[in-house]
Design a protein around this ligand. Structure first.
Ligand code: GLU
Length: 395
């Protein structure tokens, strides 16, 4: 029997593939240092763990709860969105999901019909185009320029738009480049989206992780009725809670109405224990985030300097998230039998046990993404190995 045509259409997550490969090599006893998957190396905060223990001990939480999420958590999401992100919504505008990834898929399923086009500036996070395709849409990539710090321009958007264009995917601070659009740059893009009456899906998972200057304002600030705006956020990155799987979608009543139907059929509720853990994270403020930020910033500066000192590697200025996007094109031209950033990353993992995500995964060959959310010691050892590897290629 045939399986769905989706099989030929979609790829598995490239970032998860690198994590799985690293885990496999580690289980064989190899000294792998992972610059791959973007997840903070810190344990989740103690108050989060205690909230989860309490939640697990309460029989009320052993039962189904509303598909859109616990009322108490949705209220706290509304409060923190107002306090930290500056926009005002109602608990009914929120659906809690199994991580930002599920929110993104629910957003596409709730807005796209077959053939609708979604503009995705490249480099992009690997999941966006695949989730668009699962929802029946067509991803349309817009290649941004390294010389413009990988920022998309209104002119590029205008050239890519046609009558099928339905949405723009927006992620600032950016995964995978770490670039943060300024307020003025973001406003210009939002104005274009609203003027053209398109959707904007704003992935705000990294909003609190900005080390220089300000974070980008959310489009929801300029679109208080959420006519065009859909927000995705979650606790994974800001509170070091990737494994708990709690994210959320914020949108207008129509999107939320359909999103709830989809989620009620797909998963019922997110684990109550995880939801109450997330609630505790949000209620306890950004102290833990700010502590992690000190470490991330130290590592960002160290890694940027170190990489720029390695022959023919360079990295654009990254002021947010916890990623550096390294130009490795010099080493992808067939010398030493390495023809692409994908082959370079394979070679680095197999020979030097350092895991990076190749630019191909993000639609930008010739680059590789480095997550600096790992310990200072591993960062130092891993980058020394990278230096040694590149020295060998230059011999
Ligand atoms: N968002 C993280 C990353 O880009 C986690 C992995 C994933 O879900 O793709 O590495």
């Amino acid at each position: 029997m045939d399986i769905s045509k989706l099989d030929k259409l979609i790829k598995p997550s490239g970032t998860m593939a690198i994590s799985n490969k690293s885990r496999e090599l580690k289980s064989q006893g190899k000294p792998v240092i992972g610059f791959g998957a973007g997840e903070p190396d810190f344990p989740s905060p103690e108050h989060v763990v205690n909230a989860a223990i309490n939640a697990a001990s309460d029989p009320k939480n052993h039962k189904y709860s509303p598909a859109a999420g616990l009322e108490s958590l949705r209220k706290v999401i509304v409060e923190t969105s107002k306090q930290y992100s500056g926009f005002d919504v109602k608990p009914n505008n929120v659906i809690v999901s199994n991580g930002g990834k599920q929110s993104i898929l629910t957003a596409f399923l709730s807005t796209l019909d077959d053939g609708d086009e979604v503009l995705i500036p490249a480099p992009y996070w690997t999941t966006y185009p695949e989730a668009v395709k699962i929802a029946g849409g067509n991803p349309v990539f817009i290649d941004t320029e390294k010389d413009n710090n990988f920022k998309v321009t209104v002119e590029q958007l205008e050239n890519a738009k046609n009558s099928n264009t339905k949405m723009l995917v927006w992620c600032s601070p950016s995964n995978p480049t770490g670039v943060v659009y300024t307020k003025e740059e973001a406003e210009e893009i939002y104005e274009w989206v609203f003027k053209n009456d398109l959707w904007i899906l704003s992935d705000e998972l990294y909003e609190h992780l900005v080390y220089e200057g300000e974070t980008s304002p959310s489009p929801a600030i300029y679109d208080p009725e959420l006519k065009n705006t859909i927000i995705v956020n979650g606790v994974s990155k800001a509170y070091s809670m990737t494994g708990w799987r709690v994210g959320w979608l914020i949108a207008n009543d129509k999107v939320i109405g359909l999103g709830k139907k989809i989620q009620s059929q797909a998963t019922s509720n997110v684990s109550n224990v995880s939801q109450l853990a997330a609630e505790s994270a949000l209620l306890n403020g950004l102290d833990v985030t700010n502590e992690m930020k000190i470490a991330f910033n130290r590592r960002r500066l160290f890694a940027t300097e170190k990489i720029n000192s390695i022959s023919n590697l360079d990295v654009i200025d990254s002021t947010g998230a916890f990623y550096l996007f390294v130009d490795v094109s010099h080493y992808c031209s067939g010398n030493n039998g390495i023809n692409s950033s994908e082959e370079l990353c394979d070679w680095l993992l197999e020979n030097y046990f350092i895991a990076f995500v190749p630019g191909e995964v993000f639609g930008s060959p010739g680059f590789m993404r480095l997550s600096y959310a790992l310990s200072d010691e591993d960062l130092d050892i891993g980058l020394s190995r990278l230096n040694e590897a590149i020295d060998n290629l230059n011999e």
